[in-house]
Design a protein around this ligand. Sequence first.
Ligand code: CO
Length: 218
Amino acid sequence: MAGLDHLLERNRRWAERVRIANADFFNNLSREQHPNYLWIGCSDARVPANEIVDLEPGELFVHRNIANVIVHSDMNGMSVLQYAIEVLGVQHVIVCGHYGCGGVQAAMGHAQLGLIDNWLRHIKDVYLAHGAELDAIADETQRLNRFCELNTLAQAANVARTPIVQNAWARGQSVQVHAWLYCLSDGLIRDLDVSLSGEAHLAAIHRMAAPTSGGRER
Ligand code: CO
């Protein structure tokens, strides 16, 4: 661990501080987790999930990737979503983008960046769907920030479209999908006031009937 001793030392001091404040903290937490929220955020180092909503370890189930993209063919994202909803029983899925997102900015540009271009393509699809609105914004920063909002709204919709969420609704499990935007310059979250909580929030083309019994191994 040459070169990283300072991090291990910080870890020891943190664990000690937590133990002093609550002697049973790690004992209790090591037995089980009961988070009520799934956080889907950007990997950006400036948007640390637990810290910005001031939650303790154990309170937030977290998935982060570049530009908080949710794609049905991404086994990682889908596995996190399935575990969070079907095993942990989270009631709220928060898709939290952030203004000034580098991934969204790259998707707005035309440079070829390598492997990541395949990931950013999903964000370009969001631009295509809102091209008229975005093209009409002359100021580049404002256009980027609106694109960040539209991307987050689109990814929240993608969460709701999955069979995982639709089957939860069909079972009567309460699951709400929210879209938030974090502002790097003041540390505040803006709620885009979206709460997808049932089939009525899906376009007809995305609605899927629950599988018939025996059609799905459980
Ligand atoms: Co970002």
